[in-house]
Ligand binder design. Structure first.
Ligand SMILES: [Zn+2]
Length: 441
């Protein structure tokens, strides 16, 4: 029998032994940050905390939080790498950058050991999806300073897979490679998986029938944890799709497993998760809160209590796979930064995607938050499949309006574009426009 876990000693460890390991790494990390990172020396001093005050995880709440804005400010004030850097820059092996929506991206450095930790934990995730050394893997992420491409590539190589680096390929070249080579695994953003399938269909190619892809994994966006989006990807490739949430600053921290129970496990030995409510108190199992991570392995830029702005729900059920690692229900459920308020109602774009993707015949969509006659309004533009007749398209729009009204508790206008009228995305999609913030009032 093929082993289910890559690292059973960690993945099925007793909670007590895992906690002992976390506490030992936590103490090392805090001492290292305090001694070597001017950024943390300052922060801990300001909070009146010394490493000696943190004996274990129960003391974690005494540490101040760290935010991405602070890190960006630190790098802006102290170019190029900021005062967070806790090792000589000569000891660093790689620089990656976070995708920035505003301002300069955050540059993140790793030592050799840091980088090994990043891709080795990622490899554990790939194994949990069912990827094995005999697989041939195509990493179809954009080639550049985004960590997603490199970590996926190195992780597959770490398992001993035959890796096809397709970072610099066009979509046509990628389709050609999928038809030509015995590629069994594809890694890409969920938006790109759908785009790739759509482009192939235009050429009369059915990727589900004409390629050997059996597993796809998706990162960079939460799409693969949205059941309707996952189902669409799985149908397009005739494969099983898996979600792999991650953060450049922390780790490729989570993974779905082959039990497919709707749970996302956390690499708790690499990064310690806290899930906190609005008052920064830990939530109970079954409840939602903001995910806060303390890195237990990275030494170049060690982060303590880093606010991810991601909302997750701690599960209250065990996963049938037998892993003892903490799990969340359904991956990242929302991003605090994506939250929109429309006529007093809170709306997350992810919820709209869940509903839109549940309807066949939508190739692409766009969400516009706008003002009509002084009132907030939501417009969802859909790019219908070319095979859809006009009347079917009208019916689809009305069905979507009804579904969105029920799902969001607010009226939404749905309009079709011409087929192919909306932009497609080869990396992370930007489907949300908030025209209210663009218009001066
Ligand atoms: Zn599991």
């Amino acid at each position: 029998m093929i082993e289910r876990y890559l690292e059973p000693a960690i993945e099925t460890a007793s909670r007590a032994s895992l906690r002992a390991l976390q506490e030992q790494r936590l103490r090392e990390q805090i001492a290292h940050a305090y001694m070597n990172s001017p950024f943390y020396r300052r922060k801990l001093a300001a909070a009146g905390v010394t490493p000696a005050a943190i004996a274990g995880l129960d003391d974690l709440a005494r540490l101040p939080f760290t935010t991405k804005d602070e890190l960006k400010q630190d790098q802006a004030d102290h170019p190029l790498w900021g005062t967070l850097l806790a090792v000589p820059v000569e000891d660093c092996l790689r620089v990656h950058m976070t995708s920035a929506t505003t301002g300069r991206p955050l540059a993140f450095l790793d030592t050799r050991d840091d980088w090994h930790g990043f891709y080795h934990s990622y490899a554990r995730s790939l194994w949990a999806f069912g990827i094995r050394p005999a697989d041939m893997v195509m990493a179809a992420f954009s080639y550049g300073p985004w960590i997603g491409y490199w970590s996926g590539f190195y992780a597959a190589q770490d398992l001993g897979c035959l890796v096809f680096p397709a970072g610099g390929f066009s979509t046509d070249q990628r389709i050609d490679a999928l038809l030509t080579y015995p590629i069994t695994v594809l890694g890409c953003t969920p938006s790109y998986a759908l785009f790739l399938a759509e482009q192939a269909a235009r050429k009369g190619i059915d990727l589900a029938k004409e390629t050997r892809v059996r597993i796809t994994w998706h990162t960079g966006e939460p799409g693969a944890s949205i059941p309707a989006t996952k189902a669409k990807i799985e149908a397009a490739f005739g494969a099983q799709a898996y979600d792999l949430p991650g953060l450049t600053e922390i780790a490729a921290w989570g993974f779905e497993c082959d039990a497919r129970a709707g749970l996302t496990h956390v690499h708790e030995d690499y990064c310690y998760p806290e899930v906190l409510d609005d008052n920064d108190r830990p939530v109970k199992p079954g409840e939602r809160g903001e995910l806060v991570f303390t890195s237990l392995y990275r030494k170049a830029m060690p982060l303590l209590r880093y606010r991810t702005r991601d909302i997750v729900q701690v599960t209250d059920r065990p996963c049938p796979c037998g892993r003892t690692l903490l799990a969340f229900e359904g991956g990242v459920l929302a991003r605090v930064d994506d939250m929109k308020k429309v006529r007093g109602i809170i709306v997350y774009p992810r919820r709209i995607e869940e509903i839109v993707r549940g309807h066949a015949g939508v190739d692409e969509f766009q969400i516009v938050f706008r003002r009509v006659d002084g009132l907030d309004d939501i417009l969802v533009r859909i790019d219908p499949a070319p095979t859809l007749a006009r009347r079917e398209c009208e019916g689809l729009c009305r069905a979507l309006e009804e579904g969105l009204h029920i799902g969001l508790g607010i009226r939404v206008t749905v309009e079709p574009t011409e087929p192919g009228g909306l932009p497609r995305w080869d990396h992370k999609a930007k489907r949300v426009k908030d025209e209210r913030s663009e218009v001066p009032f």
